[in-house]
Design a protein. Sequence first.
Length: 620
Amino acid sequence: MTPGTRPTPTAQTPGTAAPGTPADAAVPGPPAPAPALPGRPVRRLRPGVAVTPLRDGLHLRGRRGNLTLEGSSALPRLWRRLEAVLPDGGVEDLLDGTEPGSALHRAVETLLAQLDAHDMLVTEPARPPAPNGSDPAARGPLARWLGASAHHPARAAAALAAARAEVLAGAPEEPLARSAGDALTRGGLPVTYTADPHLPEGRILLRILGAGPDRVLAVGRTGGTGWVTAPGSTAQARSDAEALEARLGGGAPVRSAALVPLLAGAAAHRLLSAAAGLADPSTEGDDGGLQPGLPAVLLADSRPLRAEYRTWLGPDRIDADRRTAAAPATTLGEALRRVAVLTDERCGALPEPLPGELRQLPVPLAACLLPGLPPHDGRPAGGAPRLDLARLEVFCRAAEHRLGEALPGADYTVGANLGHARGRALREAISRRSAVADGQQALAEPDWSGHPQVRHWWTTLTTRLAVPARLEVFRIAPGEEAYRAVVHRVAAFGRRDDGVPQPLGDAVEATPGDAAAYAALAAVATCAAGPDTGRARPSGGAVAPLASAGAPTADWEDAGWTGGWLAETAAREDAFQGALARLTGTALPERPPAPDRDPALAGLLRAHGFTVLPTPRITR
């Protein structure tokens, strides 16, 4: 199995070798080869499958998984017979020599079915025998690679036989161009070299012709870093190359004896896979740092020598397959994996939300440093009961900052999915306007003070941090289960401090206790984060459905536990959003907008499954 491939679930198949048969039952040897029947498909073992005999079974390792068969001491002996015929497709003749329905026949078919289920067999038409009894073309390196990788090796080989390659470079004699051409030649393709004066030193284009649509990728070096783009059209490859060079900082290529052949081999591998109809090499393995369904760029460093794939959607998404949108995230973990892709230090669009130097007690905090943000705005910061919730909230706020700069004239709300975005937008709409009518009285303290989260965060604010403050909770409108809580700093004698124009924290939630708890949490985060971060907003209940999805809670986890609190909040979220929509008169979409095809940040966010909602601009 190649390094980094995804292990498949181990199959335990008792009695596979010969159910109901003694372990020492005789296993016949392979029959003499017979001419293949015309048109009858044969099953062959994929090249590269390794087998370890066990006392009562077998352990097999393939390119895309592993398999363990146990249950009979006859299994290793049966395998010794099969391994002599499986590589050449002689297993059909072996089965012809056994009695249909017998224990041995069933054992062989069961073993073959398990191999096929774990992609260790390939079924293809029988090849006519070679005149001298050997078939070098079927055993060469290219054939072994296709046999190990392609679902239909014969079809892939035919596609490559009809293809040819072209290397474009400013100077076709430069080492990178020649090394890439040599790699493609070893892959069985005829190669031509073309001078392209528009290509600078250190950058080349590789093109496959004749095997379906033309596929092109760019290869280049910038300083001590090399890169290989995903296959696409010529315009897409050129655009990706220019954007990557700008992102990676430019600089003359550093001489490296190992980097050039690494890039050339990786580029040839990607291009040959595209021409043969195979999966792109970036999809092999289980790399949680890549966004499935989106293209990836290979980045290689010379010191130390290493290479890895990273998700990359350039600023110009020209090809149709670059304008696809991932399905919205359904869990918090899935949303955070997409945040990691979008904030990748080399290929991301936004800085990563991190705790940095912020204190993590008494409340977890995260902040995002946005270059060019006016100092008075501070850093987008957020606090939450857990750091993962704070990171998602800060990422959304940072994205909203950048959208407001790039697309002026409206406010924008970002969410991991439509429900998250709607919840954040509706809460913000209530928070930005005057939600308390003249003369409206705050709720009595017993109506909200019994919530365990309120007791915790209010004690933290007023006792542990020693902040003089006042918390008030109001019902937003009669007949609606929607409440707003506000925390103000107060002066020594109970007066509101006129020197603080904004409240320390506020929240809009479905119950008085939830509103008071999130407002107190926001006040704690504001005081703990410091003056240069601006007022910290809480993650709020909008994230609760994401955080509780796939995270079962124990029976004893009540609202005093974060998991129980989020689960209770999530159960109220749909009805609460309906109440807020009625109160604000805000017509937000019930379905996510179609993916944007422009090169703006909104299109990039939507491509990764995030929802971007233009929301009405509401002033206080």
